[in-house]
Write a protein of this length. Sequence first.
Lengths: 127, 127
Amino acid sequence: MKTEQLFSISELAAMFDISSRTIRYYEEVGLLSSESRESLTKQRTYTNHERRRLKLILRGKKLGFSLQEIKEMIDLYESNPEGEDEKNRIISFADQKIDEIEEQILQLQLLKADILAHKKKYLDSKD
Amino acid sequence: MKTEQLFSISELAAMFDISSRTIRYYEEVGLLSSESRESLTKQRTYTNHERRRLKLILRGKKLGFSLQEIKEMIDLYESNPEGEDEKNRIISFADQKIDEIEEQILQLQLLKADILAHKKKYLDSKD
DNA sequence: AATTAAGTAAACGTTAACGTCAACTAGGGG
DNA sequence: CCCCTAGTTGACGTTAACGTTTACTTAATT
């Protein structure tokens, strides 16, 4: 049998350098869960599954996505579509997100080029 | 002589599909100016210079940067450093931003790969 | 068992980035 | 000159994403 390691809320918070409040907030808005909790008033415990999920959330945040967008993307990861329609809906959502991401990458490359150009300008003006 | 075209605030707003209020707010926080205004109570007019600047602001927003970060980056474009120290400070700021951008691009590529993998999973489960 | 540390829910506070509304002004057409 | 449209400055309202505080409970330590 497999004994999954459990984390407390402050352990998880320390791992990612965020506050406990932030984790509770993510649960409040349905981004995270702590299923392995005995009762509603008892303390939360987290498994590796939730740790990975939190990591995904924070990556999304660093990239500038809203919690709502992040929720949609992660739900995509863990959704279990029933009919063909549902699958098609998910696949086209994925395609749409991929397009957005590619556009973002493109814009970031343009921004990088801009900054490089200006940096060069200041470098050339030295001496 | 060169006659620069002038735009009203609502013309500029329409161009970029934003509100006039947004433009005034950008001026309020020092991101934008309307120098070609006669007096403080008269109407604002914008030149191509400010139009380009606004375009940069909106690109930054789409990329998830805060207005404060955007301000710092654009100020970099238009700053006119005096001493060597000032130039070096600007250049190292540029380097730092470039690092951040490269990291963002990397993370976006990972996110894209993730989504592609999950899309494939759903595709394979079809039929 | 008693103290201390850590966690909980609830509620109010905060900041960025605007939206909205009110009261006033400037400028052009007829 | 009058009217109408577009613009102006406050000032207060709004939403997301938490921070902070309070009063209380659960878990750990001695």
